[in-house]
Design a binder for this molecule. Structure first.
Ligand code: ATP
Length: 323
C-alpha cells in the first residue's frame, strides 16, 4: 500500500473527525500517503481531494460534523458514477479507499469493491442501523444530546402538568427513540419497528396521570408511521375529550451537531486505525465495527442493503417500567 484516500459520507455523525484523524495518522505512520476527499462520493466524482498531513487533522478530535464534508450523491448510485469514481481514483494512483459512513455509504463501498477497487468501511451513523457492529460512531453523542433535551422537558413538564412529545432523529430506525425513551423514563415510545396508534398514546398518558404522575413524555422516532405530526393532529382534533394538551418538540439536526462524547471519540479512533491495519494486511472488502467490545471486520457483501433491527424486548421492558 502506498496511497490511500478517505471520505465521509451520508449524514454527518459526531466522531467522524476522530476517525479521519486516526486513519490519517495511522497511515502516515506506515509511510503511506493520504488523500482527503471532500463531500463524500460527490467529491470523489468531481475529483475534489487534497493530500492530508498529520497537522491537517490536528485540533479536530473534539469537533462534531466532519472536516472533510459530507453529501448525498445520487449520481454515484448510477453505473456511470461508479465508473467515474474508479477512473478518478486510478488517475491519482490511489490504491485503496476508506469510507466512513452509514448504510447507504457502505452499499457504495460494496459497489466499488465489487468493481475491483479495495475499500474498507468504517461504521458511522447516528442511526445505529448497520449490520456488523453493535454500535456506530455518532450514536452515543446523539443519544446523550437527545436525552438531555428529554430531561429538561420533564422538568418543565412536571411544573406545569404538561405532556410532551419529543421527535427524535434516526430515519427509519427507532434506536435513538428506544434508548432515550428508556434512559429518560418516557411513558410511551413509538418506533417504526413497533408503532403505537394515537388513540393508544392518549390512553397510556391518561392512565399515567390517573396513577398520579405529574409529567408525561412520549418519544417518537422520525420514521414512525404514526409520527409526531399524526399524533399532534389527533390530540388537536380530540382536545376536549382527552382533557390535557400535548406539546411537540422536534429535535432534528440539533442532535447531530453535538460535541462527540468520549465513547464516540474512542470508538472512532479504534475503528479508523483498524481500517488502516486491515488495508495493511492486503484484505479489503470489509467494514470495521465493534462486536462484543472487540473490533471486528464484516464483509461488505453481508452489510450492503441490510439493516440491523432494534431489540423489541427493550420496548416491552420500557412499558413495564413506565407504570
Ligand atoms: P446516514 O443514514 O447516517 O445518513 P448513510 O450512509 O446511510 O448515512 P445515505 O444517504 O443512505 O446515508 O447514503 C450516502 C451516499 O451513499 C448516497 O448519497 C449515495 O451516494 C451512496 N449510496 C447509497 N446507497 C447506495 C447504493 N445502493 N449503491 C451505491 N451507492 C449508494
Amino acid at each position: 500500500m502506498q496511497r490511500i484516500a478517505i471520505l465521509t459520507s451520508g449524514g454527518d455523525a459526531p466522531g467522524m473527525n476522530a476517525a479521519v484523524r486516526a486513519a490519517t495518522r495511522s497511515a502516515l505512520a506506515r509511510g503511506w500517503e493520504v488523500y482527503g476527499i471532500h463531500n463524500g462520493y460527490a467529491g470523489l466524482l468531481s475529483d475534489t481531494m487534497n493530500v492530508l498531513h498529520a497537522r491537517d487533522v490536528g485540533g479536530i478530535i473534539q469537533r462534531g460534523g466532519t472536516v472533510l464534508g459530507s453529501a448525498r450523491s445520487p449520481e454515484f448510485q448510477q453505473d456511470a458514477g461508479v465508473d467515474q469514481a474508479l477512473s478518478n481514483l486510478r488517475a491519482r494512483r490511489i490504491d485503496a479507499l476508506i469510507v466512513i459512513g452509514g448504510n447507504g455509504s457502505q452499499s457504495g463501498s460494496h459497489r466499488l469493491q465489487q468493481a475491483g477497487f479495495p475499500v474498507v468501511g468504517v461504521s458511522s451513523t447516528i442511526d445505529n442501523d448497520l449490520v456488523g457492529t453493535d454500535v456506530t460512531i455518532g450514536v452515543d453523542t446523539a443519544v446523550n444530546v437527545t436525552l438531555e433535551a428529554i430531561d429538561r422537558l420533564r422538568t418543565t413538564g412536571s411544573s406545569h402538568q404538561r405532556a410532551f412529545l419529543v421527535e427524535t432523529m434516526g430515519r427509519n430506525c427507532g434506536y435513538i427513540a428506544l434508548m432515550t425513551g428508556i434512559a429518560g423514563g418516557a411513558e410511551v415510545i413509538v418506533t417504526p419497528e413497533r408503532e403505537v396508534e394515537p388513540h393508544e398514546v392518549v390512553e397510556r398518558l391518561g392512565a399515567a396521570y390517573r396513577r398520579g404522575k405529574t409529567h408525561a413524555i412520549v418519544v417518537v422516532a422520525e420514521g414512525a408511521k404514526h409520527g409526531a405530526r399524526a399524533m399532534m393532529d389527533h390530540f388537536k382534533a380530540h382536545r376536549a375529550a382527552i382533557g390535557f394538551g400535548l406539546r411537540l418538540t422536534t429535535l432534528g439536526h440539533v442532535v447531530r451537531g453535538g460535541v462527540p462524547t468520549a465513547a464516540d471519540r474512542v470508538l472512532a479512533t479504534r475503528l479508523g486505525a483498524a481500517a488502516v491495519d486491515r488495508l495493511a494486511t492486503g484484505t479489503a472488502g470489509v467494514m470495521m465495527g465493534l462486536i462484543a467490545n472487540a473490533v471486528a471486520a464484516t464483509p461488505l457483501a453481508e452489510i450492503a442493503g441490510r439493516t440491523k433491527p432494534i431489540d423489541c424486548d427493550l420496548l416491552d421492558l420500557a412499558r413495564v417500567l413506565a407504570q
